[in-house]
Design a protein around this ligand. Structure first.
Ligand SMILES: [Zn+2]
Length: 245
């Protein structure tokens, strides 16, 4: 039987918070989005972070695997420690990007940059292109996320003399994505349940909300909080995780 290392990988590490605070000043970002995606099995896509910048739209998927990550562009599945299979995270993130493009004008569709962030507990044995700043699919360690975004933006600035998105474009896209984000706790619950149907060790999901602001959070965020001692068994949204310790 194939073993799939799903669970651990779905717990975000969220050192990303610090990284997102260090983004270039002209960036805006959204975290923990749940948007409609008719092509996804559950009907929705959960997107960890979207960073909007005058030179691109970064879509970030976070992973919390431990060990050596083996993967390449033409591989549908990647391996963790040569044993556990994971879906190629860039295929997964491509689905997220496709879902996001459906909400915005075609002129913005080529501006997406796919990033997958792993924790420092991983070692990459992946295609070298993923580490190249010229690529539109970049793999990073969480602690270097903002650095890579800075570097990518610098490269894009050289390539394009003028900004690709002006301030009002960014505001518009930000609003559209915020609006597309499903905050209805019932829908979020259904999505979590759909994700969990394959794992017998999972209890049926319930609605997860931030202890402070009551905003619904994804299953991924809930798991992270509950697995993290500093949160004392409480669940916090990204915003309030920062203030919780
Ligand atoms: Zn909150």
């Amino acid at each position: 039987m194939e073993q799939v290392a799903i669970r651990k990988g779905e717990i975000g590490e969220f050192k990303i918070d610090i990284q997102l605070d260090q983004l270039p000043k002209d960036c805006r970002y959204l975290s923990d989005l749940l948007v409609k995606n008719p092509k996804a099995k559950s009907g929705y896509s959960q997107i960890d972070h979207v960073v909007l910048n005058p030179y691109g739209i970064f879509v970030i998927e976070t992973k919390n695997y431990q060990g050596t990550i083996y993967g390449g562009k033409d591989h549908k599945t990647w391996l963790v420690n040569g044993k556990f299979k994971m879906m190629n995270p860039f295929s997964q993130n491509y689905g997220h990007i496709k879902a996001l493009t459906s909400f915005i004008d075609k002129e913005y569709h080529d501006l997406f940059i796919s990033m997958v962030s792993f924790t420092k507990r991983c070692t990459f044995k992946v295609g070298l292109d993923y580490r190249k700043i010229a690529s539109n699919e970049i793999i990073v360690y969480d602690i270097e996320l903002s650095e890579f975004i800075h570097r990518k933006v610098s490269v894009l600035k050289i390539q394009h003399k003028e900004a690709l998105l002006n301030e009002s474009d960014i505001v518009t896209i930000y609003k559209v994505f915020s609006h597309a984000n499903i905050t209805d706790p019932k829908v979020r619950e259904e999505h979590n349940r759909a994700l969990n149907t394959n794992t017998s060790d999972e209890k049926t999901s319930s609605i997860y909300t931030c202890t402070v602001c009551n905003k619904p959070v994804s299953d991924k965020v809930k798991r992270y909080c509950l697995a993290n001692k500093k949160f004392n068994g409480k669940i916090y949204c990204y915003e309030h995780q920062k203030k919780a310790h």
